[in-house]
Design a protein around this ligand. Structure first.
Ligand code: ADP
Length: 315
């Protein structure tokens, strides 16, 4: 099987130990944890047993090495992760509020991930890809945007497929380049993986069914709508499939959508039917939220089988 490939930021996440608002006073922190939505995604692809590679950049520092070591150990092809001298690996500081929402301090654009370029190794990895997964967070970094749009065109020209997880944070919506880029990717997307509110953001339709209908008419083959604790729904030309989420206690929601998407794609490429793939993907998302740290809860398929056997679904 040809690898699933993604492009985008690799970071460390450093987490406040106590809940509260932001970082305006000194506090206890834990981490660094390997992170970055594309990194979490590709780690989950490899752990699920599918060939996987990421095009990215880190600094020549411990934060970069932490990520490369983890991804390599989990089976990701790390040859297209450039190690850049003289610039730091990106970081995200996160603190949970009492209500479960999060405050962030990001250092991404001015980190190594902001300096991504098409190296010979990246070119080789992209040429070997069977499927390209695009993340909205990567499109918000100017250096990554052009590279991603080129990669999308060339994989489609070679008969490969494209999935797209917009994972839009409200911080990104102010960016002028984002709108056209998001639409350009959507126009060639085979599998679209939005979460709840993103569907309305993309279609401009408050009504879910109308928005879904328009996307399917526009040429998208499958839409997989992530519904957090409630699970997920799948839409294609044949109709609609709903799958309830698993009943777990949420410890750390970061990375759930990335694990869900990775697991869904791998299961489908392994030939699983839609309901089974949704069940495994829900399990990957649910298991991830029970474990602290964004990439700490990625799962192998056998871990997911055990999780499914022992965890009730919500009704
Ligand atoms: P995103 O992280 O992209 O915003 P969601 O929050 O919808 O996406 O989470 C992705 C998937 O992870 C969900 O569709 C669900 O399968 C699973 N998931 C997320 N949060 C929970 C939770 N609290 N309990 C059970 N499953 C969850």
């Amino acid at each position: 099987t040809e690898p699933i490939v993604t492009i985008g930021e690799i970071l460390v996440e450093i987490m406040a130990e106590t809940r509260g608002n932001g970082f305006r006073e000194p506090q206890a922190l834990i981490g660094p944890f390997p992170s970055g939505a594309p990194a979490i995604f590709i780690d989950q692809v490899a752990k699920a047993g599918h060939p996987a590679a990421i095009v990215s950049a880190v600094g020549d520092d411990d934060f970069g090495a932490l990520n490369i070591d983890r991804l390599r150990a989990d089976g990701v092809d790390v040859s297209a992760i450039a190690v850049l001298p003289g610039i730091a690996t990106g970081s995200a500081f996160v603190r949970y509020r009492e209500d479960g929402s999060r405050d962030f301090v990001f250092n991404i654009r001015h980190s190594a991930s902001g300096q991504l370029s098409l190296t010979p190794e990246a070119e080789r990895v992209l040429e070997g890809a069977g499927h390209l997964h695009v993340m909205g967070s990567a499109l918000s970094i100017p250096a990554t945007l052009g590279l991603t749009l080129d990669a999308v065109k060339s994989i489609k020209a070679r008969g490969g497929t494209v999935s797209f997880d917009p994972n839009i944070r409200k911080e990104m919506l102010g960016d002028k380049q984002m709108g056209p880029a998001l639409r350009a990717v959507l126009a060639v997307t085979d599998i679209f993986l939005p979460s709840g509110e993103e569907l309305a953001l993309f279609t401009g339709e408050d009504d879910e069914a109308t928005g879904i209908g328009r996307l399917l008419q526009g040429g998208i083959s499958e839409i997989v709508l992530k519904r957090g604790a409630a699970g997920a729904s799948h839409f294609d030309a044949q109709g609609r499939t709903d799958m309830a989420g698993f009943a777990v206690e949420e410890i750390d929601p970061t990375g759930a959508g990335d694990c869900f998407g990775a697991c869904y794609l791998v299961c489908r490429r392994l030939g699983m039917n839609v309901p089974d793939a949704l069940r495994y993907a829900n399990a990957a998302g649910a298991r991830n939220v029970t474990i602290k740290g964004p990439m700490e809860g990625t799962s192998s398929l056998s871990e997911l089988e055990a999780f499914i056997a022992s965890t009730p679904q919500r009704s």
